[in-house]
Design a protein around this ligand. Structure first.
Ligand code: SF4
Length: 384
């Protein structure tokens, strides 16, 4: 049993780290976005209903086996610390076995369907596998998937409702921008108007909608238009969640070429703070949640419920902007290196502050301010 396995894809959103991961399709049917490294060089394919059902059955068999083990260990079928350490301390268990153990241990009841655009599946096939999933795991509380706006606009309202009835609760969409010239430049393959239409359709079907926005995608030339048009598109949709995931450009993504040529210029962290301020200030009529739960974001505390937390979010940004230059640099270094999560940490922890100051002095001695920036960039880009 411990060698049983099923297929899993390469990524899931940060908030699905403790979810059951099941792969419904492979890779991305579009695969052209210049800023996206995830599926480049990999071919998209649909999986058959039989293949996916087999994976779900395997996941269920593993879950049953783990629960039986728990009873044997006197843990009443629960995946306690003792059960988890029994599984994780042995090298005999497959990755799939371990991931089911971790899922049961955390007890989120959530399931995330991989890969990039599952609504591209024929609706009747997706309904069939969702129903099978709900039948096998009757205690799952939430089923979420990624999809593209271009795919969603092609689905009828009835099709989306049948997916909701079969058990799909939430869809993550990579909106990235609402500004057409930016969407075009980045080869996103969708317009702002299509984002609005798709978003409204998902919400209209009673499915929760999570929109990913990419601060920085307009570069230095189009940052204002990008921020304003993106806020405008979201205002028309009123999604349940807006998730910020700031642009990074490591050398393995296609956008890096434009950066090298000079036709795209990256926003600095300070410029991004100003862009996000403009974006948040222009969200209106939205009653959802904003989160910055991605490690690539500089200011994780720009999060809260709209409209009541808007001022709090703007204050976080203002707090960063008002820091003395030295402290701002220390915060950026600490945040990117994982030492800080809040701008307040800069004042709270003198020992870390001293260490980071020393590191900055060493880097500057080696190659001036540019060396500090290179070091920070290297640290953030490792997460892309
Ligand atoms: S649609 Fe999504 S997964 Fe596909 S290339 Fe674009 S960003 Fe990447």
């Amino acid at each position: 049993m411990e060698n049983l396995s099923f297929e899993q894809g390469p990524i899931r959103p940060p908030n699905e780290a403790k979810s059951l991961l099941l792969r419904f399709t492979r890779n991305c049917p579009w695969n052209q976005c210049l800023f996206c490294p995830v599926y480049k060089g990999r071919k998209f394919s649909l999986r058959t209903v039989e293949e996916i059902k087999k994976d779900i059955q395997t996941a269920k068999d593993i879950a049953d086996d783990i629960k039986a083990l728990s009873w044997q260990l006197g843990q009443s079928g629960q995946v306690t610390d003792q059960v988890a350490s029994h599984i994780f301390s042995s090298s005999n268990h497959s990755d799939a076995y371990r991931s089911i153990a971790a899922w049961l241990y955390y007890g989120t009841g959530a399931c995330f369907l991989q890969d990039a655009d599952n609504l591209v599946m024929p609706t009747k096939d997706m309904v069939a596998v969702l129903e099978f999933l709900r039948e096998k795991f009757s205690d799952i509380t939430r089923v979420t998937t990624y999809s593209r706006s271009r795919t969603i606009v092609r689905k009828s309202a009835e099709a989306l409702k049948s997916l909701k009835e079969a058990g799909l609760n939430r869809v993550h969409v990579g909106l990235e921008s609402g500004y057409d010239p930016v969407l075009k430049m980045m080869k996103k393959g969708v317009t702002g108007a299509q984002h609005v239409e798709a978003g409204k359709k998902i919400v209209g079907a009673g499915i929760e909608l999570s929109e990913y926005v990419m601060p920085g995608l307009g570069g230095r030339d189009l940052w204002k238009e990008h921020a304003l048009a993106t806020a405008d598109v979201l205002n028309q949709i009123n999604p349940h969640f807006i998730r910020l995931r700031s642009l990074r450009v490591p050398d393995r993504i296609p956008l890096f070429k434009l950066l090298e040529e000079g036709s795209f210029k990256m926003q600095t962290d300070d410029m991004l703070a100003e862009e996000i301020k403009l974006f948040i200030a222009n969200l209106s009529g939205i009653t959802g949640i904003v989160t910055s739960d991605h490690i690539m974001n500089l200011l994780e505390e720009v999060s809260g419920k709209l409209p009541e937390d808007r001022e709090k979010m703007l204050e976080v940004i203002a707090g960063y902007q008002e820091m003395p230059d030295t402290d701002r640099l220390i915060y950026r270094l600490g945040r990117r290196g994982g030492a800080y999560r809040s701008t307040e940490d800069v004042k709270r922890d003198p020992a870390t502050y001293r260490k980071l100051s020393n590191l900055i002095r060493e880097l500057e001695a080696k190659g001036g301010k540019e060396e500090v920036e290179r070091f920070i960039t290297g640290m953030v880009d490792q997460y892309v």
